[in-house]
Design a protein around this ligand. Structure first.
Ligand code: NDP
Length: 295
C-alpha cells in the first residue's frame, strides 16, 4: 500500500487565501487592518529567518507587521517594557516573542506578560489551561498543533473515537497536540523519552503525530496499516548531492512509512507551511476580537 500525501503546502496556501480575503473585508468594512508585532531578542540566524518569513507572509496577506529587535543582552525589564507597550497599542493585535530567548531571560514571565487577547502563539498559561479543560476553549491554539488539526480536517480524517498516538510532549507541539486531539474526541496516548515499548504504542495509532526532533525515528514497521501519519519533525540530513550539503527530513522514516500508512505528510511541505498559516489566522482572530470588543 502506498499512502496518500497530505499536501501541507497547498492547504497552507488555502488558509492564507482565506485570511487574505477576510483581512481585505475587514479593511473595507471597518477601515481597520490586523497588526502583528514580532519581538526578536538577539541575532540567532534561525530565529531571524523565521521572523523574516512571518513578516513577509503578513505583508502578502495585507496584515501590518511591526518588527522589534532587541540586543542579545537586553534585560528582563527591557523586554517586558516592550511587551507592555505593545499590549497597550490598539494597532497591535498579535504579539509574537520569537523563541528561544537568550538564556538569561525568564521566558515564562515574558510569555505571561503578553495580553491574553494578543497571545497569537497560544503559549500563555491561561490559553494552555483553557485548552486543557473540558468544555472550555482557548482564545488561540498553538500554531503547529492547530495546523496539524486543520490537515486532518482537510483530508476528512475525524479523530473522534480513534486512537491517536503522539510522540513528544513539548509545550509548543506534543502537549497542546494531545489536548486538541482529546478535545476532538480521540483516545490519546502521549509517548516521550521514558516510554517503554514505543513501537508497541505507535502501532496502535490510527493517527500518529511525531514531534521528537530525532531524524527518521518512526519507521514503517511501527505504523498500523492505513494510519494517518503527521510528521512535525524538521531535521537536517547530510546529503552531498545537494548544494547546501543537506536535505530536510522528518522524525518519520518517510520511505518505509509511506508503504504502510493511509495518509502521510512529507517533510518539507507538510506541517511546516501550516504553522505560519495558522499564525496569520490567529492574528486575524485577534483583530476580530478587538473589533468586537470595541463596538
Ligand atoms: P522538544 O525537543 O521540545 O521535544 C521533543 C520531545 O520528544 C520531548 O517530549 C522528548 O521527551 C521526546 N523524545 C525525545 N527523544 C525521544 C525518544 N527517543 N523516544 C520518545 N520520545 C522522545 O522538541 P519540539 O516539540 O520543540 O519539536 C519537535 C520537532 O518538531 C523538532 O524536529 C522541531 O524542529 C520540529 N518543529 C517543527 C515545527 C513546524 O512548524 N513544522 C514547529 C516546531 C517544532 P521528554 O519530554 O521525555 O524529553
Amino acid at each position: 500500500m502506498t499512502a496518500q500525501l497530505i499536501d501541507g503546502k497547498a492547504i497552507g496556501l488555502k488558509v492564507q487565501e482565506e485570511v487574505r480575503l477576510a483581512v481585505a473585508k475587514m479593511k473595507e468594512e471597518h477601515d481597520y487592518v490586523p497588526g502583528l508585532a514580532t519581538v526578536l531578542v538577539g541575532d540567532d540566524p534561525a530565529s531571524n529567518t523565521y521572523v523574516g518569513m512571518k513578516q513577509r507572509t503578513c505583508k502578502k496577506l495585507g496584515i501590518r507587521s511591526i518588527g522589534h529587535t532587541l540586543p542579545a543582552d537586553a534585560t528582563q525589564e527591557e523586554v517586558e517594557k516592550l511587551v507592555s507597550e505593545l499590549n497597550a497599542d490598539p494597532t497591535v493585535n498579535g504579539i509574537l516573542v520569537q523563541l528561544p530567548l537568550p538564556g538569561h531571560l525568564d521566558e515564562e514571565a515574558i510569555l505571561n506578560s503578553i495580553d491574553l487577547e494578543k497571545d497569537v502563539d497560544g503559549f500563555h498559561p491561561i490559553n494552555i489551561g483553557r485548552l486543557a479543560m473540558k468544555g472550555r476553549d482557548a482564545l488561540f491554539a498553538p500554531c503547529t498543533p492547530a495546523g496539524c488539526m486543520r490537515l486532518l480536517e482537510e483530508i476528512g480524517v475525524d479523530p473522534s473515537g480513534k486512537d491517536a498516538v503522539i510522540v513528544g510532549r513539548s509545550n509548543i507541539v506534543g502537549q497542546p497536540m494531545a489536548m486538541l486531539l482529546q478535545k476532538a474526541n480521540a483516545t490519546v496516548t502521549v509517548c516521550h523519552s521514558r516510554t517503554k515499548d514505543l513501537a508497541g504504542h505507535v502501532r496502535r495509532g490510527d493517527i500518529v503525530v511525531a514531534a521528537i526532533g530525532r531524524m527518521e525515528m518512526i519507521t514503517g514497521d511501527m505504523i498500523k496499516p492505513g494510519a494517518t501519519v503527521i510528521d512535525v519533525g524538521i531535521n537536517q540530513k547530510e546529503d552531498p548531492t545537494r548544494k547546501r550539503g543537506y536535505r530536510l527530513v522528518g522524525d518519520v522514516d518517510f520511505e518505509s512509512a509511506k508503504e504502510v500508512a493511509g495518509w502521510i505528510t512529507p517533510v518539507p511541505g507538510g506541517v511546516g507551511p501550516m504553522t505560519i498559516a495558522m499564525l496569520m489566522q490567529n492574528t486575524l482572530r485577534a483583530a476580530e476580537i478587538y473589533l468586537a470588543k470595541k463596538s
